[in-house]
Every structure is written in structure tokens, then in C-alpha cells.
Design a protein around this ligand. Structure first.
Ligand code: NDP
Length: 264
């Protein structure tokens, strides 16, 4: 059941990159549940189409638009398609990302470039494509899904961590640039979240160490003082909070969601 109070985002429109699985799906569901129209985007057409279909079946307005965020042409096409379907875009959630791990000595330039291109450059390209009209309309929310790896380093994730530090630096600078415009720009920094990405990381650790899955999961859970993985819905809740009218003073921030581990 929907109530007037529950429809916090009535009349608002959002684009969510990486909306085909994991955190992006939870974000799209949360925004639609609050009345927003959404475009979900990713490279896998079947995944975004099934997400959009599910959101429509639940009574929402949702469209699937494929895009590789590392490709400037595709990002331009995404912006055009989103305007066509939504009219305007008030909220951009830069969530698309990949994770890879490797010791520095075996990290290839190709891997480094790929991680930077998707996680960091993709965030830049999408923000640049959507920010102008938000500034003109004097309302907007750009929310970048970074990571605690954007705040601290850890062994074997130098490229991923560098890409997420880049996202946080970018967030801070763009927030300053548009501070008087009614547009806020923030990053969310989750610890390990229960998503297909983390399943992939677990499989990778199992393969490299020979440890069993339960031990690897226990170690990941132990990284949080709460001894658990975060849930995609918790990330979605923070996104929703940042979209609220009353969050207009929160900008340039990188908000940690990891059960209390990283405290700055
Ligand atoms: P998933 O791997 O579960 O989903 C990632 C999504 O991003 C998919 O829809 C994927 O679709 C899309 N994506 C990947 N590459 C591109 C690309 N080049 N262009 C467009 N879309 C792309 O990841 P999560 O949901 O776990 O992660 C979402 C975000 O949260 C990422 O930025 C990640 O770094 C961050 N994060 C995740 C954490 C975790 O523990 N899971 C912790 C901290 C941060 P497709 O491959 O079809 O393009």
C-alpha cells in the first residue's frame, strides 16, 4: 500500500547504472517504491530488461537502457535515451563497477586500465552527461557508489582501491563546484555487501587459497565489527536518504556503511 508520506520521490526520475543485479537492483526497487520513475542500465540487456519488467509488474515506471559506462558514446546515448523516456533526470546513481584482485607484481596494465575505466572514468562520464540539466533546474542528486576501499587500502586490491579513491576525490570536487546549485554530490562507501560481486570475490579467494567457502565467508564477515555482510537494501536506504529534501545540506561526503569498521 502506498501513502502520501511514503511517496517521497513522486515526480522524480532517476538513472541507476549497474542496475542489472546486486546493489543497483535494490536501489532501483527503493526509488520506485518511493514513487520515482527509473532507468536501469548495465551491459547485460537480459538482466536490465528483467529488472525493469519486475519493477513495472509491481506498479512502477521503469525502463531498461543498455550502456557500458566506460564508453563515452554509449554514455551520451544513455543520457539521450533517459531524457526521452523520463523527461528529466533528477537523480543519478553511479553504481556500475567491477572488482578484481591481484598482487601488484601480477597486475597487468590491461586490468588496471579496465578497472579505472569502469569505476572511475565511468563515474566521471555519467556525471558529466547528467549534471548540466540538474544544475539548470536547480535540483539534483548524484550518488556515487564507492567502497571502503576508497577510504583505506588493503592487500591485493591496489587497482580497485585506487579507482574508488578516485571516485571519492571526484565526488568532493564536483560537490564543491556545484555547491550553490541545489545539486548535491555524495559517495556511499560500503564494506562487503551480499551481492553477485562478493560471490565472485569469494570464489576467487577459494580458488587462490584452497580454503573452503565457509572459512572465506567467515573471514569476510569478520572484517566488519558487526560480523556480517551488509545487505543491498541498506545501501539503497542510504541512497534514498540522500535523495530526501532534508538531505540538501549533505554534499561532498563519503558515507561509510560497514558495521563500524572504517570510522572516517
Ligand atoms: P555486481 O557485480 O553484483 O553488479 C554490478 C553491476 O554493474 C551489474 O549490473 C553490472 O552489469 C554493472 N556493470 C559492470 N560493469 C559495467 C560497465 N562497464 N558499464 C555498465 N554497467 C556495468 O556488483 P555490486 O552490486 O556488488 O556492486 C555495485 C557497486 O558497489 C560497484 O561499484 C561496487 O564496486 C560497489 N561496491 C560493492 C561492494 C560489495 O561488497 N559487493 C562493496 C563496496 C562497493 P554488466 O556486467 O551487465 O554490465
Amino acid at each position: 500500500m502506498t501513502t502520501a508520506a511514503a511517496q517521497r520521490l513522486d515526480g522524480r526520475s532517476a538513472v541507476i547504472t549497474g542496475g542489472g543485479r546486486g546493489i543497483g537492483v535494490a536501489v532501483a526497487e527503493a526509488l520506485v517504491a518511493e514513487g520515482a520513475k527509473v532507468v536501469v542500465s548495465a551491459r547485460s540487456v537480459d538482466e536490465i530488461e528483467s529488472v525493469a519488467e519486475r519493477l513495472r509488474a509491481a506498479g512502477g515506471e521503469a525502463f531498461a537502457v543498455p550502456c557500458d559506462v566506460s564508453d563515452p558514446e554509449q554514455v551520451r546515448a544513455l543520457a539521450a535515451a533517459a531524457i526521452e523516456r523520463l523527461g528529466v533526470v533528477d537523480i543519478l546513481v553511479n553504481n556500475a563497477g567491477i572488482a578484481r584482485s591481484a598482487p601488484l607484481k601480477s597486475l597487468t596494465l590491461e586490468e588496471w586500465n579496465l578497472i579505472m575505466a569502469i569505476n572511475a572514468t565511468g563515474t566521471f562520464l555519467c556525471t558529466q552527461a547528467f549534471l548540466g540539466p540538474m544544475v539548470e533546474r536547480r535540483w539534483g542528486r548524484v550518488i556515487n557508489v564507492a567502497s571502503i576501499a576508497g577510504k583505506i587500502g588493503a592487500a591485493y586490491i591496489s587497482a580497485y582501491s585506487a579507482s574508488k579513491h578516485a571516485v571519492i576525490g571526484f565526488t568532493r570536487s564536483v560537490a564543491a563546484e556545484v555547491a550553490t546549485s541545489g545539486v548535491t554530490v555524495n559517495a556511499i562507501c560500503p564494506g562487503y555487501v551480499d551481492t553477485p560481486m562478493t560471490e565472485g570475490s569469494v570464489a576467487n579467494i577459494v580458488e587462490k587459497t584452497g580454503h573452503d567457502v565457509e572459512l572465506v565467508m567467515k573471514n569476510l564477515r569478520a572484517m566488519s565489527p558487526q560480523r556480517r555482510l551488509m545487505e543491498p537494501e541498506e545501501v539503497a536506504y542510504l541512497v534514498l536518504s540522500l535523495c530526501d529534501e532534508r538531505a540538501k545540506g549533505v554534499t561532498g561526503q563519503s558515507l561509510v556503511l560497514d558495521g563500524g569498521g572504517v570510522q572516517s
